[in-house]
Design a protein around this ligand. Structure first.
Ligand SMILES: C[S@@+](CC[C@H](N)C(=O)[O-])C[C@H]1O[C@@H](n2cnc3c(N)ncnc32)[C@H](O)[C@@H]1O
Length: 294
């Protein structure tokens, strides 16, 4: 993961000639997060909807101050981030922000070192393989997500137990900082994890924006197809059973596909200031929230 570090920081520095590095980094985060959100729409995997249109407009506004050459550098920084996440687990952007001193320390923005996140994830998750076997999909909430280190460490812990975290975990993450919201969205999307990332205040339950990762959107699309197929299979079976009832020949029930935590219709409209009633996550990664609640 570390061979992408120096090139990323030099590109950021190179772009910061007429703006502060913090401004450039924030702009890059905004642009990179929207780029990843729009990818499955651009490739035709998802049908364009109101969320796509809204973010397309925001994207045009965000890139406006940058020249063509600058935009090439910004896209190279996104490529380096994607490569970093495809070569190993780690908090790449959290480390970049720390190295370039871009964190807001007054706002409680210090990120936990990744090796500590790994230890915390191990303690919190325990033997998660048994739960996955029972439920199919496990839901986890991260109320103060930062750049996503604890989520990434949880995914690594689950992978170390022989389970694919992209297929069996769904995360619900929130951060009050706009930069953290974007960093988490970029890293979780880059890893192909299913998550909703929210820009909001977990303590007062106020939200300004929420965004599902592409993997969650695609999972949901697949899940709907599964449910339709299942209804069809069920209808055909009822016909056979009515036509030829037999006590000897018992047909095994069709297993229900795992349910998802999120109501996806919620994301097509403007975000709500307050969240609707929502199901509780199976696991809450809330060890740090106590720091801010007191
Ligand atoms: C110490 S960092 C931890 C980040 C991450 N969990 C980690 O382990 O790297 C705390 C994060 O909580 C966020 N935060 C502080 N108050 C919050 C609140 N009321 N609601 C949501 N996030 C909050 C900060 O912006 C910061 O990103």
């Amino acid at each position: 993961m570390h061979s992408q570090k120096q090139p990323f920081l030099s590109k950021l520095q190179g772009l910061s000639h007429s703006r502060s590095p913090h401004r450039t980094f924030s702009d890059w985060l905004e642009i990179a997060a929207i780029t990843l959100h729009q990818l499955p729409y651009q490739s035709g995997e998802l049908a364009k909807d109101a969320a796509f249109e809204r973010l397309e407009q925001r994207y045009m506004e965000a890139i406006e101050p940058y020249s063509k050459n600058d935009l090439t550098v910004l896209s190279e920084m996104l490529s380096l981030t994607l490569i970093a996440h495809h070569t190993g687990y780690g908090d790449f952007l959290g480390e970049m922000a720390g190295e370039a001193e871009l964190l807001n320390k007054q706002g409680g923005q210090f990120f936990t070192p990744y090796h500590l996140c790994r230890a915390m994830a191990k303690m919190t998750l325990g033997n998660i393989a048994a739960q996955v076997k029972e439920k199919g999909v496990i839901t986890l909430a991260e109320p103060a997500v930062g750049a996503g280190a604890l989520v990434i460490a949880s995914a690594e812990e689950v992978a170390s137990q022989g389970i694919d975290p992209c297929a069996h975990l769904q995360f619900d993450c929130t951060d009050i900082s706009r930069d953290a919201f974007n960093m988490a969205y970029i890293q979780l999307s880059a890893m192909g994890l299913q998550a909703v990332v929210r820009h909001g205040n977990t303590l007062s339950d106020e939200y300004w924006e929420h965004r599902p990762t592409p993997q969650l959107r695609l999972f949901h699309q697949w899940h709907e197809t599964q449910q339709r197929t299942q209804r069809l299979v069920q209808a055909v079976r009822s016909l056979f059973e009515e036509a030829a009832p037999s006590e000897d020949c018992e047909i095994a029930p069709v297993p229900e596909p795992s349910v998802t935590l999120f109501d996806m219709d919620e994301f097509a409209v403007e975000p709500l200031r307050k969240r609707r009633d929502h199901p509780q996550s199976d696991i809450v990664l809330d060890r740090q929230m106590t720091l801010f609640g007191s």
